[in-house]
Design a protein around this ligand. Structure first.
Ligand code: ADP
Ligand code: MG
Length: 594
C-alpha cells in the first residue's frame, strides 16, 4: 500500500483512543475544562453509565461564539501559546485535544455563552463532523452534551467493563474532584437520582463522608505540611483503617488527579511496619508544587507526571505522612512485635530482646533491610499477601493442631493452652474468624446456608455509591444466606441473616459485605464468595478485649482444632503462636548455654 496522510477523521479517532478510554475519561476532560473556565458550579448528568449520555454544564467563562468552531477542532486551545509554556502550566488542560477527540467518537453538542454576548451559540459535532453553528438563548457558561459515546467505534464499546464498573469509575472520579475542589458546587445525577451533591462551602470532610461514609470520614486524619514552596494537604487513614488494595490511595498534584507510583510508595513507606502485609491505607492527598517542578505532559490522559526532583517530592510526602501518623497515634514500644520487627519510630533505636516470635516474612521489611537480631525458622508463614484466602498449596499453615489443654485467657484477648510440645497462645479473634469461616463455607458447599429471620428487620442506609453497588449484588447475598431488600433510596432492609451469625448485628454484616464489593473491581469473580464470607466472619468474630467464659474458651479451642486450616485466620494472619519446649529451653539457657 502506498503511504498516505490519514484523513483528519481517522487521525482524530486515533488520538481519541489515547485520551478517551472509557466514559469516565470524558467526564474527566469535561470537568477539567469547566474548572479551567473558572466555574463555581458544575452539574454532571449521565445515563447508562455514560454510554448513552454524559452532560457537563458549568457557569464558567464560556466560549465566544466566534471561537466555538475552533474549540472543537484538534490542537485548538486557549491555554497555551508557546512550547515553553508547557513547563509552567497552571491549567488542567493544555493540549487542545479533548473536545476534538470526544467529538470524533460521539454525537457531541456544545452550547456556550460568554458574558460579553447577549446570546449563546450551539454547535453539534457528529463523528468528528461539525454541523452549523446556531444562535441560542442561554445563560453564561458552557454545556457539553455527549451522546452515544463510541457509537462509531464499536470495538471500543466491547472493551468497556460492566455498567456497574463504568458507573463506579465515574462516581469515584467526580467525588474525588469534588473533594479536591471543596469550594465548587458539584452535582452528579443519573437523570433520576442525585448521586452526589456538594455545597461548595469548602468543607472537605463532608465530601469525604460521601465518598467513604460518615464512620470512615470521622476517622481520617487531616494532614497539612508546607516546605520550600511545596504544600501537602488532605487526609490519610489511621493505621486501624485499611483496604486490601491500593485503589483508595488518591493523589492530586496541582489540582489534577494523578496515578503516581512513586508517590504511592512514599506513602506506603510512611505506613511501613504499621500496617499488616497486604493492607493499604485510604488517602486523599493534595500536593501543590511549583508548576516548573513537574512535567504534566508525559501521559495522553495526563494521568501521570514526572518530577524534576523526584527524591525531594518523595521524601516530603513520606515524612509528612509519617509525622501525621505518629502525631495522631503514638506507637507503643511493644517489642518484639508479631510482625517480625519492633514497632519503632524512625530515628529511635530499639534492640530486640527476648524471644523472637517472628512469624511473617514481611517482604517490605526484607526489602528495606530491617534486620532482625535472631531469625528463627518461622513457625507459620503468611500466605501470599495479594490473596485474602490462603491458597490450598501453602503447606504448613494447613497442618492440623494437636489437642490442647486450656489454661486460661490473658488480656481478654489471647487463650493460653498447653500442647504436647510446648505452649500455645491463641488469638481469640483470629481463631473465631477461622471457625466461623469454615462453618459458613461448609454450609455454602452444601448449598444450604440456614438463614434466620430477624424478629425486627434492620434498616441500613448507605452512601449512594455503595447503595447502587449493593443493589447490583443482592442475588449473591441471598446465596450467602442474607435476605436483603431495597427499602427506599439508598436504604435497605435486612430481614434474615445466616443462622450462624444469629445474635450479631445485621447492619454490621451488611456493611462488611458492601466494603468488600467496593474493594473488588469485578465482584463476581472467582473466590468472591469465600472473600465475602471471610469478611463477614471477621466482623462477626469475638473481638480482642472481650472476656470469654471458661466454656466459651473451651468451645473456641475445640472448634479450632476441628478446622481444616486452624493455623491462620481467613485473611492469612496466624491464629496462634507456638512456643516449643525446645525454644523455651533455649531461651532460658537450659540448652546450648555457655
Ligand atoms: P484544552 O482544555 O487542552 O485547551 P479542550 O479540547 O479540552 O482543550 O478545549 C479546547 C478549548 O475550548 C479550551 O482551551 C477552552 O478555551 C475551550 N473550552 C472547552 N471547554 C470549555 C468550558 N467548559 N468553558 C469554557 N471554555 C471551554
Ligand atoms: Mg481540556
Amino acid at each position: 500500500m502506498p503511504i498516505r496522510l490519514l484523513s483528519s477523521e481517522v487521525a482524530s479517532q486515533i488520538a481519541a483512543g489515547e485520551v478517551i478510554e472509557r466514559p469516565a475519561s470524558v467526564v474527566k476532560e469535561l470537568l477539567e475544562n469547566s474548572l479551567d473556565a473558572g466555574a463555581r458550579s458544575i452539574t454532571i448528568t449521565i445515563q447508562d453509565a455514560g454510554k448513552k449520555l454524559i452532560e457537563v454544564a458549568d457557569d464558567g467563562a464560556g466560549i465566544p461564539s466566534a471561537e466555538l468552531e475552533l474549540a472543537v477542532s484538534r490542537h485548538a486551545t486557549s491555554k497555551l501559546v508557546r512550547a515553553d509554556d508547557l513547563f509552567s502550566i497552571s491549567t488542567l488542560g493544555f493540549r487542545g485535544e479533548a473536545l476534538a477527540s470526544i467529538g470524533s467518537i460521539s454525537r457531541m453538542t456544545v452550547t456556550s455563552r460568554v458574558k460579553e454576548e447577549n446570546e449563546g451559540a450551539r454547535l453539534r459535532v457528529e463523528g468528528g463532523k461539525p454541523g452549523k453553528l446556531t444562535k441560542v438563548g442561554t445563560t453564561i457558561g458552557t454545556t457539553v452534551r455527549v451522546e452515544d459515546l463510541f457509537y462509531n467505534v464499536p470495538a471500543r464499546l466491547k472493551f468497556l467493563k460492566a455498567d456497574v464498573t463504568e458507573r463506579r469509575a465515574i462516581d469515584s472520579l467526580v467525588t474525588r474532584y469534588a473533594l479536591a475542589y471543596p469550594d465548587k458546587r458539584f452535582k452528579l445525577s443519573d437523570g433520576k437520582n442525585i448521586i452526589l451533591q456538594t455545597t461548595g462551602d469548602g468543607d472537605p470532610r463532608a465530601i469525604l463522608a460521601t465518598l467513604y461514609g460518615v464512620d470512615v470520614a470521622k476517622q481520617m486524619l487531616e494532614i497539612l505540611f508546607e516546605e520550600q514552596g511545596s504544600r501537602l494537604t488532605g487526609f490519610i487513614s489511621p493505621t486501624s483503617l485499611t483496604r486490601s488494595n491500593r485503589k483508595e490511595i488518591t493523589f492530586f498534584i496541582n489540582g489534577r488527579w494523578v496515578h503516581d507510583v512513586s508517590l504511592s510508595s512514599a506513602l506506603l513507606q510512611a505506613y511501613h511496619t504499621l500496617l499488616m502485609v497486604g493492607r493499604y491505607p485510604l488517602t486523599a492527598l493534595f500536593l501543590e508544587i511549583h508548576p516548573e517542578e513537574v512535567d504534566v505532559n508525559v501521559h495522553p490522559a495526563k494521568a501521570e507526571v514526572r518530577f524534576r526532583n523526584q527524591d525531594k517530592v518523595f521524601s516530603f510526602v513520606q515524612r509528612s505522612a509519617r509525622k501525621t501518623l505518629l502525631a495522631y497515634s503514638p506507637i507503643s514500644n511493644i517489642a518484639p512485635s508479631l510482625w517480625g520487627t519492633a514497632r519503632t519510630v524512625p530515628g529511635e533505636t530499639t534492640r530486640q530482646v527476648g524471644i523472637d516470635w517472628s512469624i511473617a516474612h514481611d517482604e517490605q521489611l526484607l526489602e528495606t533491610g530491617d534486620s532482625q537480631s535472631s531469625v528463627s525458622t518461622p513457625q507459620f508463614s503468611t500466605p501470599n499477601p495479594q490473596s485474602q484466602i490462603a491458597p490450598p498449596s501453602t503447606a504448613s499453615q494447613f497442618s492440623s493442631i494437636p489437642l490442647l489443654r486450656l489454661i486460661g485467657q490473658i488480656g481478654a484477648t489471647y487463650l493460653v493452652a498447653e500442647g504436647p510440645d510446648g505452649l500455645y497462645l491463641v488469638d481469640q479473634h483470629a481463631a473465631h474468624e477461622r471457625v466461623l469461616f469454615e462453618k459458613l463455607m461448609a454450609q455454602h458447599g452444601m448449598k444450604n446456608i440456614p438463614a434466620q429471620t430477624l424478629l425486627t428487620p434492620a434498616v441500613v442506609t448507605f452512601p449512594p455509591q455503595s447503595a447502587s453497588l449493593l443493589l447490583s449484588q443482592l442475588p449473591l447475598l441471598q446465596y450467602l444466606g442474607f435476605d436483603v431488600e431495597e427499602f427506599g433510596q439508598n436504604t435497605f432492609q435486612v430481614r434474615a441473616i445466616p443462622a450462624l451469625f444469629m445474635g450479631s448485628d445485621p447492619s454490621t454484616a451488611l456493611r462488611a459485605l458492601v466494603e468488600d464489593f467496593e474493594e473488588d473491581e469485578t465482584p463476581l469473580q472467582n473466590e468472591i464468595e469465600a472473600k465475602l464470607a471471610a469478611r463477614v466472619c471477621k466482623r462477626m468474630a469475638v473481638k480482642a478485649g472481650q472476656a470469654l467464659s471458661n466454656e466459651e474458651q473451651r468451645t473456641l479451642l475445640h472448634d479450632l482444632e476441628a478446622c481444616d486450616s486452624p493455623r491462620t485466620c481467613p485473611h492469612g494472619r496466624p491464629t496462634m503462636i507456638h512456643l516449643s519446649v525446645d525454644m523455651l529451653e533455649r531461651q532460658f539457657g537450659r540448652r546450648g548455654a555457655r
